[in-house]
Design a protein around this ligand. Structure first.
Ligand SMILES: C[S@@+](CC[C@H](N)C(=O)[O-])C[C@H]1O[C@@H](n2cnc3c(N)ncnc32)[C@H](O)[C@@H]1O
Length: 435
């Protein structure tokens, strides 16, 4: 029989085998399993929880088994991780149920290890309340040693609070299609369907994170799209006006293009580029669902000048590819990247920014953004750009934000959203004006 625990285990084993994005792997397993809502919620909690806490869980598994986790069979590793996750973090599940259910899974997937799984989890259930937490910050926060080292170097004592804040569960943020409805009207449609939506200060709605977004009322009518609050702030900082020309150089899947089109009342021209042709339909389909006619998609490399484009854009967005260290909450696989995997990025990011600058008309704006906390990809890139371009001046992004986001830490014009302070994803924005 397929249940929540079986579904979570299948997703974890698939992820090991095929890699890929955790949300896509889980969605495929959930679609196959057809579980009722509560069971879906538990499956997601176990799958994401065991993935995002993996290093911490492995520390305790090693402690109570006397074995290094990598030496165990794949199914045994994942069953123990999900079992240990229940013991440590899911207080609503009695420890005996966590042990029994894990043993049941072991009987099916690793019969010879049934007794071992039982012994490890029962020893943990008895001992965990008195166990010392891991000494290592990387293990406590469950990130790679190299990511912990990088962030400690850049953020010092704030690092642990920053990384711990990624474990807090948030809802799903939606941007409302204000050409078709209002946040209040959409919230009341959701309420009629039993979905509680809360309006936030940045003009969006937050709903509890569960279920299939496409089944919500208003989805097919294009009344909203999923977009994190941090990302939505692009509209406040960019402030495009109706009738303007906007180039969105790294646009797929299209969230910021949609946001610009809404801010412009769908009047004007938005050219949405991506270098991956396969992603362009995501932008086109999204724009069609939302009824946005001002968006045109183009295949293009943001780092290479296209002479066929006029250098008359009012606004150029460079929402560059980045290490994603600010979005670990939603993409837990990012936790285990190595810093070497993304050390090439600043060069690409600077090349995109340099090229983007060539399309901005005098008086127009260039907006650089990332969803990472890595200063080499943020301040490092814009400072390299600004030191070579006295024809661009940075503007104070904080002054453009809604009141509730003004908790700034310094006088820098760059907007640095920190998850432990602003309760958003980690994000970076630098808006520059072409003199
Ligand atoms: C951070 S994502 C953009 C997210 C998007 N702006 C949104 O809000 O939905 C970066 C995008 O840049 C694209 N990309 C990466 N390198 C690129 C390049 N050299 N030229 C154009 N697009 C690129 C990736 O395919 C990816 O879709």
């Amino acid at each position: 029989m397929t249940d929540a625990r079986q579904t979570a285990l299948s997703a974890a084993l698939t992820m090991r085998k095929t890699g890929g994005y955790s949300n896509l792997v889980l969605s495929a397993q959930l679609a196959r399993a057809g579980l009722p809502p509560l069971e879906r919620g538990l499956a997601a909690e176990l799958f994401y929880g065991a993935l995002e806490r993996r290093r911490t869980l492995d520390y305790y598994i090693a402690r109570y088994s006397g074995r290094r986790v990598e030496t165990l069979d794949a199914a045994v590793q994942e069953i123990l991780r999900q079992g240990m996750y229940q013991l440590l973090y899911l207080t609503r599940i009695p420890p005996s149920a966590a042990c029994n259910e894990s043993v049941r899974l072991a009987a099916r997937h690793a019969a010879r290890a049934k007794g071992f799984v039982n012994a490890v989890l029962r020893a943990a259930a008895r001992g965990l309340s008195a166990a010392e937490p891991p000494d290592s910050l990387a293990v406590r926060c469950s990130v790679s040693d190299s990511i912990a080292g990088l962030l400690c170097h850049q953020y010092g004592e704030e690092t642990e609070a920053m990384l711990m804040s990624f474990f807090e569960r948030g809802g799903t943020d939606l941007t409302v299609n204000t050409l078709r409805t209002t946040p209040a009207a959409l919230a009341s449609r959701f309420a009629q369907a039993g979905v509680e939506a809360v309006e936030n200060d940045a003009g969006g709605l937050t709903i509890p994170a569960s279920g299939d977004i496409t089944k919500l009322p208003g989805f097919a009518e294009g009344l909203f799209f999923v977009q994190d609050t941090a990302s939505r702030l692009t509209a406040w900082i960019a402030r495009p006006a109706p009738g303007q020309t906007v180039f969105d150089l790294c646009a797929a899947p299209g969230g910021k293009s949609f946001l610009m089109a809404l801010a412009m009342g769908d009047e004007g021209r938005i050219l949405s580029f991506d270098c991956h042709g396969a992603k362009l339909p995501l932008i086109r389909d999204g724009a069609a669902r939302l009824g946005l006619a001002s968006i045109e998609t183009r295949l293009g490399d943001a780092a290479v000048f296209d002479p066929s484009l006029s250098s008359a854009a009012d606004l150029v967005l460079c929402d560059v590819p980045c290490s994603g260290l600010g979005v670990m909450r939603k993409k837990p696989e990012i936790r285990y990247k190595e810093v070497d995997d993304f050390k090439h990025l600043p060069k690409t990011q600077l090349a995109i920014l340099e090229n983007g600058a060539r399309y901005v008309r005098p008086g127009g704006a260039l907006l650089y953004s990332t969803c990472t906390l890595n200063r080499r990809e943020n301040e490092g890139v814009v400072e390299a750009f600004l030191s070579a371009h006295d024809d661009f001046r940075p503007v104070d992004g904080w002054e453009l934000l809604p009141r509730s986001f003004v908790e700034r830490r310094d006088d820098s014009p760059y907007v640095r959203l920190l998850p432990q302070i602003h309760a958003t994803d980690g994000f970076f924005f630098c808006k520059m004006i072409h003199r």
